[in-house]
Design a protein around this ligand. Structure first.
Ligand code: GLN
Length: 542
């Protein structure tokens, strides 16, 4: 029977619950158990799809087309288990379900309340679609004490009672701050946070204590005493130099052993963490370094391009180099010369994006990469910008633009009005809702033989994840191909351009999908491995 691990956090946000959940999932796998990982977010948005990346970080997309929290990206990268729609639940989704049921008359005239109706729906989500995994890890977003989080914690309290004994545990994250003035570690915030949890009927089994320095024995026993947990279950979590060190560090701190003990399961067997150690060694001792310029909009917040960041690092692991990133806000190019910013880089990447702000700068970056023969990788919006640049400057289509920015004389990129999803035809108009209406999730793409990407993928049919509302206009294929832009990947019906490349260039590829979402540290995405390889060659030219 499936066992549940609930993961909560207190004191402050950003304690790394998502990474703990992902790393613990990987540790349990390395002991031979199957896992599913899911995230419960207390905010009222139905999903993070319409949220500004500055507020929420990247929107991670699953194969089945859910727009989710970026923690699901960590889960996938660490465990390799593809996340699904059922692995992401927000208060917005829960309330929207409850209200639909109420309107349909499902509650038979009863008064609809948080307990039991909302908590029942949350429990349904916790139990749904678990595939009979040995462990389901459920992370609750936010901080204990938040008003919105209460229904989730209450649902967990009920679940703990409903499951057989020793079939659920609670891991709570806290902060143990160090006060410089007194030279002391402080345990009081942890005590208060656990008190808060206990007042709603939840007793943590394990405490993960984020701290800047070692927590001495005396403080660990104090935390154990005041928080009613075993001393061995007070797990210190110190900062590490790379996130891929987290599983090894948690194992050394005893986290996975303590989890199994809490379930009264055998923890004798030592897990094999060799592959994690290899990844970490690769990151710590690169043979060389390349610099990639990422020209985007949300460059002030690393979380806005989380998966991209990771996929570039994986490309570095594949080539035994460190990938230094230079984040450039594309609007800078509207005031300053491109050359000063891009002259010394070994590769240029324009990532996904929305809206017209900063597009002139992105197009200027494409021109620079094309003319100076610097490896260029355009992802989603970055592909669309490349097509506009090539249309204007190589094919002489002066009015080339995207209808995303208003009516265009030459809509080389236009609104996606119809596409097939399995046996279904999806249609959209300019007035469709914004939430959840893009072309979302995994779609097949047929690769044209003899192209660069055919060589990179070594396959003629691939599947990649999408998240876009506009597309390159197939009607311009002929004229663009005449001017050297190769349409090297198309939807299987031949209607939607998915990949373009320039033949006469060291490495110039634009993709309509998001390959970064499927890259793993042990299995770097072929496009990122190849792009970084081209950047290494470029770095040796100068
Ligand atoms: N804004 C573009 C579109 O909707 C690109 C989206 C993206 O980069 N994810 O098609």
């Amino acid at each position: 029977m499936t066992r549940y691990i609930f993961v909560t956090g207190g004191v402050v946000s950003s304690l790394g619950k998502g990474l703990t959940t992902a790393a613990l999932g990987a540790l349990l796998q390395s002991r031979g158990y199957s896992v599913r990982l899911r995230k419960f977010d207390p905010y009222l948005n139905v999903d993070p799809g319409t949220m500004n990346p500055y507020q929420h970080g990247e929107v991670f997309v699953t194969d089945d087309g859910a727009e989710t929290d970026l923690d699901l990206g960590h889960y996938e990268r660490f465990t390799g288990v593809p996340a699904r729609r059922s692995d992401t639940v927000t208060s917005g989704r829960v309330y929207s379900d409850v209200l639909t049921r109420e309107r349909r008359g499902d509650y038979l005239g009863g008064t609809v309340q948080v307990i039991p109706h909302v908590t029942d729906v949350i429990k349904e989500y916790i139990r749904a679609d678990t595939d009979g995994a040995d462990f389901v890890l459920c992370e609750v977003g936010g901080t204990v004490g938040d008003i919105e989080g209460l229904p989730f914690l209450e649902a967990i309290r009920q679940m703990v009672q409903e499951l057989p004994r020793r079939h659920s545990i609670l891991i709570h994250h806290t902060l143990v701050p160090y006060l410089n003035a007194s030279g002391e570690l402080k345990t009081k915030p942890t005590q208060h946070s656990v008190k808060e949890l206990r007042s709603i009927g939840l007793q943590p089994d394990i405490l993960v204590c984020r701290c800047e320095r070692e927590i001495p024995e005396s403080e660990r026993s104090k935390i154990a005493l005041f928080c009613n947990v075993r001393e061995s279950a007070v797990i210190p979590a110190l900062d590490v130099d790379t996130i891929y060190q987290v599983p090894v560090s948690y194992h050394e701190a005893g986290l996975d052993g303590e989890v199994l003990k809490a379930f009264a399961m055998d923890d004798e067997h030592t897990p094999d963490l060799q592959s994690w150690r290899r990844v970490v060694n690769g990151i710590r001792s690169p043979e060389d370094e390349v610099t990639i310029a990422v020209v985007g909009k949300y460059t002030g917040l690393a979380d806005a391009y989380k998966s991209l960041n990771e996929a570039l690092a994986h490309g570095g692991i594949a080539n035994r180099v460190r990938v230094g990133l230079r984040w450039i806000d594309s609007e800078v190019f509207e005031r300053e010369d491109v050359v000063a910013h891009l002259d010394s880089v070994d590769g240029i990447l324009v990532p996904g994006g929305f809206g017209s702000r900063g597009t002139r700068g992105k197009i200027a970056a494409v021109s620079f990469a094309r003319e100076h023969r610097i490896p260029y990788f355009g992802i989603c919006f970055g592909m669309q910008m490349a097509v506009i640049e090539v249309s204007r400057n190589m094919a002489g289509i002066e009015g080339a633009s995207s209808t995303e920015f208003g009516p265009a004389r030459d809509p080389v990129v236009g609104l996606l009005t119809e596409w097939t999803d399995g046996n279904r035809i999806e249609t959209r108009t300019g007035d469709s809702d914004l939430g959840g209406t893009m072309r979302l999730g995994a779609f097949d793409c047929a690769i044209t033989k003899g192209t660069r990407v055919a060589d990179i993928y070594r396959s003629d049919l691939i599947s990649e994840r999408h998240r876009h509302r506009y597309e390159v206009n197939i009607n311009y294929r002929f004229i663009l191909e005449q001017h050297g832009l190769v349409f090297s990947g198309l939807s299987p019906d031949g209607q939607l351009p998915e990949i373009v490349e320039l033949g006469d260039h060291p490495w110039f590829v634009g993709v309509q999908f998001h390959p970064e979402l499927k890259s793993r540290p042990f299995d770097p995405h072929p496009l990122f491995a190849s792009f970084i390889e081209a950047a290494v060659t470029q770095s040796r030219l100068v």
